[in-house]
Design a protein around this ligand. Structure first.
Ligand code: ISJ
Length: 637
């Protein structure tokens, strides 16, 4: 078949796919109406699970891999749930019959705030009237005075943290928060004409963006940085100048609207860079009971010790989950603070109403800033066949020693979070470990296979090479590939200096036997906020191992696990289980005993299983069968 003909067929298929997606969306809105008549929560994760499992199996028969099917359906279901929520909300809060919606945001066309505003309002199916503002205050004024119905304000960013100016403004406005959304932020270096980085003399950017890309900017010490009110102003300026020695920083999409092209992409220090925006309006809205709601309130407690704790206990006593707590100074009251609290609760619910009453009695100031549908639609997990729950009521340590690692200090096994996966939870964690750096292309294949087999963590050596830049590049590649396949990553570190750089992108760090004696390294590991897996220091016993773990815990990092490469004998394993609440990861060998071994270790309370893969640098094939056998044994049986 000729290329043209094949492409015609593909276009026809795409058209059919779109028609089907539109039909699916219409049906999901029918579901929302039926859930309204016959009140039921919008989200039904049990139904989603059943659906996903069936789709993965059907997909496999058609030659589509599980990861591909899951990714597509997470996107479809997310849109379906959000559209259902928007429909319910619009029925509950009828708009005045305006054919257009007006919104105020920071910057010009193409700013991140503009992209967020468009995304948020796209579910309303009305024309958009855009008000470009130069400051956050101007956004508030535009909405307060009724010139715009909605204002979109960035409130926090995953790499630069809270946006204090917005918190401060929210203290004094009469506006209510009526929505939230998160927007991925992908900073690029944008230019107007053909040039390269070495020719740049001036970069125009917003201070937040500057902060988020500080590491990249350090590599350009000669370049002068000029601040603008928003990224879109920087883009407009650079587009006007048309010179090879100036650049702007901002999104590729925004740049395109100004005729700029990205010269370097992915500049943010943290690769998963997202900004959370709030949407404000003059009137508060009501949130349907069937949708998960968030409530934001501010409060100031007295300065007496324990006042904040007392307030937070009120929430806990009502089973209300807090997702955010920020504090800001109160202008004019030195040393007094205003706390910003986000909780998962509907403000009209019984629990929240009585919590607010109680809080009113013990705070100096309290005000609800708004209640709005939660936009966090976390993907439904695919069930790895339910495991029978283990019970490990370990006897109380009779020496009663209060070492932090001990069971007498903490009775239940500690859970570690690696990316979005848990070690020490109900299900065993499976890690695949590469002994050598395979290069990016083979790494993609490894990641695909690991995901397909049901693994969760990919471990690879990024810091084995002497060259720090090359090491960071390996880590970046590992991060990128793992993100693509929704895996967590781990790498081993042997020097305190590299630890912090590794901790910026790795989900977990491993300290190997030969480095586990290094007190400085253990101290550095204790001061970082990533989970640390610790091997038994070479030539020592279990006590020395636990002492090493203790050193990490004592510095502050409570996310520590023990990784065993020596196939501890069962009695020693049980001793360890009794002695410590830290989860245990066993490294297995890919031999005929693998399934039996995994089973026995699981029975003995091992929470993680690590399988070394001999990576194919010279075309050697990793042992995928062993990995499949392992996951099959651990999950299916
Ligand atoms: C459409 C429904 O509502 C939601 C969306 C789903 C979907 O798009 O497949 C599935 C379950 C619910 O979370 C439904 O309940 O069937």
């Amino acid at each position: 078949m000729k290329l043209d003909e094949i492409r015609t067929q593909i276009s026809r298929l795409d058209q059919e796919l779109l028609t089907l997606l539109a039909k699916r969306k219409a049906l999901s809105l029918d579901v929302a109406r039926s859930k309204l008549e016959n009140p039921k929560p919008i989200r039904d994760q049990e139904r989603e699970q059943t659906l996903l499992v069936a789709l993965i199996n059907q997909g496999r028969q058609l030659g589509l891999d599980a990861h591909y099917v899951t990714q597509i359906y997470h996107t479809i279901i997310e849109d379906s749930v959000l559209s259902q929520q928007a429909l319910l909300q619009s029925l509950l809060n009828p708009q005045d019959s305006t054919p257009a919606i007006s919104v105020a945001f920071l910057g010009l066309r193409g700013s991140y705030s503009n992209l967020a505003a468009r995304k948020y309002l796209s579910r309303f199916q009305a024309n958009l009237i855009e008000h470009n503002c130069e400051t956050f205050q101007q956004i508030i004024d535009t909405v307060e005075s009724g010139q715009a119905q909605y204002g979109v304000l960035p409130i926090e960013n995953t790499s630069s943290g809270a946006i204090n100016d917005v918190f401060d403004l929210m203290q004094h406005t009469s506006l209510s928060i009526v929505g939230e959304l998160t927007q991925p932020i992908e900073h690029c270096l944008l230019v107007a004409v053909d040039t390269d980085v070495s020719r740049l003399k001036t970069l125009y950017t917003h201070p937040q963006v500057y902060q988020q890309c500080s590491q990249y900017l350090k590599t350009l010490p000669e370049v002068k940085v000029e601040f603008c009110a928003a990224s879109s102003n920087a883009m407009e300026l650079v587009a006007g100048l048309q010179r090879p020695d100036v650049g702007a920083m901002g999104s590729a999409d925004g740049g395109e609207l100004h005729g700029l092209r990205p010269l370097v992409q992915g500049l943010a220090n943290q690769k998963q860079n997202m900004t959370r925006f709030i949407v404000v309006a003059r009137k508060p809205i009501e949130v349907a009971e069937q949708i998960p709601a968030k409530t934001t309130f501010i409060m100031s407690t007295g300065q007496q010790s324990g006042a904040l704790v007392e307030a937070l206990l009120v929430l806990r006593n009502h089973d209300i989950n807090m997702t955010k707590l920020e504090s800001r100074p109160i202008i004019g009251n030195p040393w007094e603070e205003m706390f910003y609290v986000d909780v998962i609760a509907n403000v009209n619910g019984e629990a929240m109403q009585s919590a607010l009453k109680e809080l009113g009695r013990i705070t100096r100031f309290i005000k609800v800033l708004g209640c709005y549908p939660s936009a966090e639609i976390s993907p439904t997990q695919i069930p790895s066949k339910a495991l029978s729950q283990r019970h490990q009521h370990s006897p109380v340590d009779d020496e009663g020693q209060q070492a932090r690692h001990s069971r007498s200090y903490k009775a239940t096994t500690t859970q570690l979070q690696l990316g979005r996966f848990y070690l020490g939870g109900d299900e065993p964690m499976i890690l695949a470990e590469l002994s050598r750096w395979p290069g990016k292309t083979p790494l993609m294949e490894v990641a695909r296979q690991v995901k397909e087999a049901g693994g969760q963590v990919l471990a690879a050596p990024c810091f084995d090479n002497g060259d720090p830049e090359q090491n960071m590049d390996c880590l970046r590649q590992l991060r990128q590939v793992a993100d693509q396949f929704d895996l967590a990553i781990m790498t081993w570190i042997s020097q305190p200096e590299t630890l912090n750089r590794a901790a910026e992108s790795a989900d977990a760090l491993l300290i190997r036997a030969q480095d586990a004696h290094n007190a400085e390294l253990l101290t550095a590991a204790g001061r970082c906020t990533r989970p640390v897996l610790l091997e038994q220091p070479s030539g020592t016993d279990i006590d020395a191992w636990l002492a090493g773990a203790e050193q990490i815990l004592a510095e502050g990092n409570q996310q520590v696990a023990l990784l065993d490469r020596q196939q501890l004998a069962l009695p020693r394993l049980l001793t360890l289980q009794q002695a410590t609440h830290l989860p245990l990861v066993a490294v297995l060998q890919a031999d005929s005993l693998l399934p039996a071994m995994a089973n026995a270790l699981k029975g003995a309370g091992v929470q993680g299983f690590c399988l070394p893969l001999t990576a194919g640098m010279e075309g050697e094939q990793p042992d995928w069968q062993a990995l499949q056998q392992l996951t099959h044994r651990l999950y299916q049986e």
